[in-house]
Design a protein around this ligand. Structure first.
Ligand SMILES: Cc1cc2nc3c(=O)[nH]c(=O)nc-3n(C[C@H](O)[C@H](O)[C@H](O)COP(=O)(O)OP(=O)(O)OC[C@H]3O[C@@H](n4cnc5c(N)ncnc54)[C@H](O)[C@@H]3O)c2cc1C
Length: 465
């Protein structure tokens, strides 16, 4: 006999687990199926969290080795203990994935460890550690995404690897070749460059981070080059040849052939939705032809009534917080409540040094609308707190509608941009004008003052520049 629920969630990433908890809070009897051994999905196990753990540890190592002297701190020989660094990362992951398991127990969510497959409308089979058949009026697909590779260069787990393996190299690569200058490629490049690798980034497009504001992404490009990353734009990878422990990547930059010889290749050319083995064809759930993503309507319902989908496997940016927001909105709508996601105010963050965080439109996107606009900028070099931190590179850029002063976009390259962007997100959520942020009193000395000053520059004139 099938186990009966109000909602079956397939996948326990930040989309699925958050949706499951919210649904339980709304009174639903919920099951969540996860095919790996731990809850939390890509984000907690092999994505956001372990990458930030490695970014923070490698940054401290770099600072101790290269920058502490500037503060008058002599530390003698600084040595890397990579096994300890990796173990610390593992401890953080474990504590957070255990935390999800605790929340599931607290909210009386039944967990099934195994692969979930749709075997009919409202019917899901679980195969794996637990074997079961489940039934529910609503099924939520939240199976996320996996790394893509280039044709002819498949992952082999040792020479050509994805971010998953690049988060657990057991020694510092001598020369890491990173294919793809998106945020995952740049974050992993930063980790291993700080720990001592020579790093070469090969990008097919004419610029890094094409979804970001060109001016701000250009500034980050310069700073990363200054940190030692060799960045090749307009360069198409054509192949790779392995010889013993080394690998040679061949590429074409215009008419010029190039060769890069290294010991590890990180392929970070994007991610694709996980839909195989889910039984979608069985129930005729429709996919976008080009991207393979599941098509949903504005209630996150697929082409089959009663089957919903959220997160990386549907359209939109592949970000953990976007998946969570969709999970909450989707189950609220199922429960007859007014769930909603404002896609204009989803922030994005790149955890390089300095960090790059953004919300809303880029200057290029605003230009395309043809509407008159204003730009206010404030450099961290004129911010007292940034100076004290010895992290005064970068700027805050605020773009506003010239007529209404409404904030259209905010782009921050600088220390703790990841946290500072929340002010822009909140402002845009409340349809703030630049004047609102300029007139908001910011503590002194804080990095947030740079946000206030950039808003002031967009609205009238900055005081401190
Ligand atoms: C290196 C790296 C760094 C990242 N850093 C950030 C960051 O800093 N900030 C950010 O916002 N995003 C970041 N991301 C992206 C983020 O991890 C994803 O956007 C997010 O995890 C998507 O959530 P999801 O719930 O849609 O899917 P996922 O987190 O991918 O979860 C899907 C889950 O479904 C399970 N599953 C799949 N098929 C089945 C099945 N048939 N049966 C049962 N279970 C199944 C999978 O095992 C997985 O646990 C990063 C990603 C990577 C790879």
């Amino acid at each position: 006999m099938a186990d009966r629920f109000d909602l079956i969630v397939i996948g326990s990433g930040p989309g699925g687990y958050v949706a499951a908890i919210r649904a339980a809070q709304l009174g639903m009897k919920v099951a969540c199926i996860e095919k790996t051994k731990t809850l939390g999905g890509t984000c907690l196990n092999i994505g956001c969290i372990p990458s930030k753990a490695m970014l923070d540890s490698s940054e401290l190592y770099y600072l101790a080795k290269n920058r502490f002297q500037r503060h008058g701190i002599q530390v003698g020989d600084v040595a890397l203990d990579l096994p300890r660094m990796l173990a610390r990362k593992g401890e953080i992951v474990k504590s957070l994935t255990d935390g999800v398991a605790f929340l599931f127990r607290k909210n009386k969510i039944t967990t099934y460890f195994g692969t979930g497959t749709l075997i009919g409308k409202g019917k899901v089979q679980v195969r794996g550690e637990t074997a079961a058949e489940l039934e529910a009026p609503a099924v939520l697909l939240a199976t996320g995404s996996e790394p893509s590779s280039l044709p002819g260069l498949p992952f082999d787990g040792t020479h050509i690897v994805s971010s998953t393996e690049a988060l657990m190299f057991d020694r510092v690569p001598e020369h890491l070749i990173v294919i793809g200058g998106g945020y995952i490629g740049l974050e992993m490049s930063s980790v291993w460059a700080r720990l001592g690798s020579k790093v070469t980034v090969v990008e097919f497009l004419p610029r890094l981070l094409p979804a970001n504001d060109a001016e701000v992404a250009g500034m980050l490009h310069k700073l990363l080059s200054r940190q030692g990353l060799a960045i090749h734009l307009n360069t198409r990878v054509t192949g790779a040849k392995k010889e013993g422990t080394s690998i040679t990547v061949t590429a074409q930059a215009g008419e010029s052939p190039l060769e890069f010889k290294g010991d590890k290749v990180l392929m970070s050319v994007g991610r694709k939705p996980v839909t195989a083995g889910l039984g979608l064809e069985q129930v005729a759930v429709q996919l976008e032809q080009k991207t393979g993503k599941v098509i949903v309507n504005d209630r996150y319902e697929t082409s089959v009534p009663g089957i919903f989908a959220i997160g990386d496997m549907i359209a939109g940016p592949m970000l953990a917080h976007k998946a969570s927001e969709e999970g909450i909105a989707c189950v609220e709508l199922i429960a007859g409540k007014p769930g909603h996601v404002n896609y204009l105010t989803i922030p994005s963050v790149i955890y390089t040094n300095p960090e790059l965080a953004a919300v809303g439109l880029t200057e290029e996107q605003v230009k395309e609308t043809g509407k008159p606009y204003k730009v206010g900028k404030f450099s961290f070099v004129a911010n007292g707190r940034a100076k004290c931190l010895d992290e005064a590179e970068g700027m805050v850029k605020v773009i506003t509608d010239q007529k209404t002063d409404r904030i259209l976009g905010m782009h921050i390259l600088g220390p703790r941009a990841s946290d500072l962007i929340a002010e822009g997100v909140l402002g845009m959520e409340f349809s703030a004008c630049a004047e609102d942020i300029a007139r908001t009193c910011h503590g002194h000395p804080t990095l947030g003052e740079a946000v206030g000053e950039a808003a002031r520059a967009a609205w009238s004139t900055a005081i401190q520049s």
